[in-house]
Structure formats: C-alpha cells, structure tokens
Design a protein around this ligand. Sequence first.
Ligand code: FAD
Length: 353
Amino acid sequence: MIKTDILIIGAGPTGLFTVFEAGLLKLKCHLIDALPQPGGQCSEIYPKKPIYDIPAFPEVLAGDLVNNLMEQIKAFEPGFTLGERAQTIDKLDDGTFIVTTNKGTKHHAPVVAIAGGLGSFEPRKPPIANIANFEDKGVEYIIRDPELYRDKKVVIAGGGDSALDWSIFLADVASEVTLVHRRNEFRGALDSVDRVKELKDIGKINLITPAEIDQVNGNEKLESVLIRKNNEASEEILLEVDHFIPLFGLSPKLGPIADWGLEIEKNAIKVNNSLDYQTNIPGIYAIGDVNTYPGKLKLILCGFHEATLMCQSAYQRIFPDKKYVMKYTTVGGVTGFDGTKKEAPKAVVKAIN
Ligand SMILES: Cc1cc2nc3c(=O)[nH]c(=O)nc-3n(C[C@H](O)[C@H](O)[C@H](O)COP(=O)(O)OP(=O)(O)OC[C@H]3O[C@@H](n4cnc5c(N)ncnc54)[C@H](O)[C@@H]3O)c2cc1C
C-alpha cells in the first residue's frame, strides 16, 4: 500500500504543480497516471509546440514546461505510479481514501486531488475480434520499455509519428521490424518518413503498405499475424511474430472516475470554485481541465491557480487544529524534503522586509 498526504490522479501540468504547492506546506504527494510519462497533454499531444501564455515565459515548448515542472518539484520527492489508470475509490470510516489502479496497485491518502484533464488517454484499438486475448501476451498499445523487444520479431501498425519513430528506434533493437500501414502515404514528419524508407532500402525495416492486420493468432501468447494487402487481390501474408504493436493514437476518456459518485456536468467534475475546488465528496478535489464551474477556462495557468488554492484547503483538512501562515517563497525560501534549501538572494529579502 502506497501512503501519502495528497494522492494526485493525473500527472499533467496541474498535477505536477500541485506537488510544489503541497511541498511548501510540507505535504507529500504521489501521482498516478495512465500514461508511461508525466506531462499530460503537453507531453502526449504537443511536446514540440511553443506555448505563449505561461506568465513570465514569453515562449516555452510544452515539453520544456514539463521538464521545468519536474525540476521545480524534485526537492519534494513525489512518488509516481505511471502506466496505470486509477480505477476505483473507497472511502474508509475515518474519512481517508483508498484508490486502486487497473493493475491492482493500492494508494492510501486523506486527500485525493483529481487532475485528470480530459481523462485518461486510452489507446485506439484495431477492430480485430480476438485481440483482447493477446493484450500483454504479445500485443501492446504503448511502448513502455523498448528492451522488451530486444532480439524479437515485431510488427508495428500505424501511419503517424509514433508508428514511424518507434519503427526507426526498434530497427536497432529488435531482430525484425515490420511496419504496416493502410495507406501508402504517412501522416508523420517528413524526415521520419524518409528515414523509414532509408531503413527499408538497407533491409532494416520491412515496410508493407497499403495493408492492414486482419488476424492475430497464437495459443498462450501471440505467435503470428495475418496481414491483408489493400490491393485488388487482397493478398494475404502470414507473418510469425513475437509482438504486435498497433500505434493508432490515444483518445482521452473520463473513464472510471465518472462512476465514483461525483457530480458530473458535460464530461467534467463540478467543483466549488468560490472556496477550494472541492467536489460533492468532501476530501476529493478536482483541479485543472477536469473540473467545471461558471466561467471555467481550460488553460494551464488556471490549473496552477486552482492547485494552489486546493492545497491550502487540503492542509486544513489534514491538520484541522493547525493554522498555516502563508509566506512568500522569496522570504521563506523553499526547503525540500531532502533538506535542500533554495534561499532568496539577501538583497531581495531585505527589500521585501
Ligand atoms: C494542441 C494543444 C495546444 C494547447 N495550447 C495551450 C496553450 O497555448 N496554453 C494553455 O494554457 N493551454 C493549452 N492547451 C491546453 C492545456 O494543454 C491543458 O489546459 C492542460 O494540459 C491541462 O492540464 P491538466 O494537468 O489539468 O490535464 P492534462 O494535461 O490533460 O493531464 C491529465 C492527466 O491525467 C491522466 N489521467 C486522467 N484520468 C486518469 C485516471 N483515471 N488514471 C490515471 N491517469 C489519469 C491523463 O493520462 C493525463 O496524463 C493546449 C492543448 C492542446 C491539445
């Protein structure tokens, strides 16, 4: 059982900044995210796009914003359960919560902050009847650890950046890489398309287009796939493989959180925005893109603001008898749980005092 003060569901920018604000109050955080990496939409959808409305950053790449947030919260030693979806929540008699993931990992905390954005990103699956039988037995929709594919025969399906980039990467890891796409044209970056063609020419990638995977076969685990070419003859190729990785993108779904008894409006969680972003269940807060209230804006800076106010309320819930006096970080500094202290330069402290 993982124990923490604030359990954060969603490691997007809002969830990450919550760790910082909680850390200033000496509250420890643990984050759960369905994705294998932190950063939410910024990492998953647009890491290389510049953002222009983060205060004091005239321009910052979404991926760099996430890296900066990770650096900012390092001293507060957050825990992470990545690649797992928060599935169920149980409220105990003492008012604390146990959140269990789809892989059975249990987390215990007095406060739960849902920072789930648009929802957990679920893979788009190909319409192959028995594919579920082989999930985690040779069929994977997200590449978590490329080493799993070392010296293995791998088929990747898809026409976007993920399919192209992973084919290129795995060409040096796997014993055999086959890329299957239903069209001859790819949607990904042009230089990646060129690289795949180069690797095809030197025999490091087997490129089959236009074609689709029609069947997956095996006993205990995946053993072969049937590829059907999208040509007049509907030519079939039976290929022996160890892994089939369909990379058709991820679509966000509010998912299991919608069944937790929270008030939901238009696929978002209703919160009390005049006070602390608490939901209809005391002790469960919702911050960032996942919540709704009159005038709500789905912007990163709004998520940061909501996280800040929510942490103050969480502190009072955890320590009802203590009074917290807010200090500017320029005055109080930032002392991490590892004892590191980032002091304000003396001149600034003097000016404020
Ligand atoms: C193309 C694009 C451009 C954008 N440009 C801007 C911009 O210029 N400025 C701006 O302010 N905003 C912009 N946004 C919006 C901004 O990205 C969002 O407001 C921001 O990401 C919200 O952060 P969040 O942490 O609340 O949620 P998210 O970033 O959505 O993160 C939520 C995380 O929660 C996880 N999650 C959800 N449910 C579960 C569950 N049950 N279990 C485990 N994990 C779960 C998800 O996997 C996800 O990683 C843009 C968005 C897009 C798509």
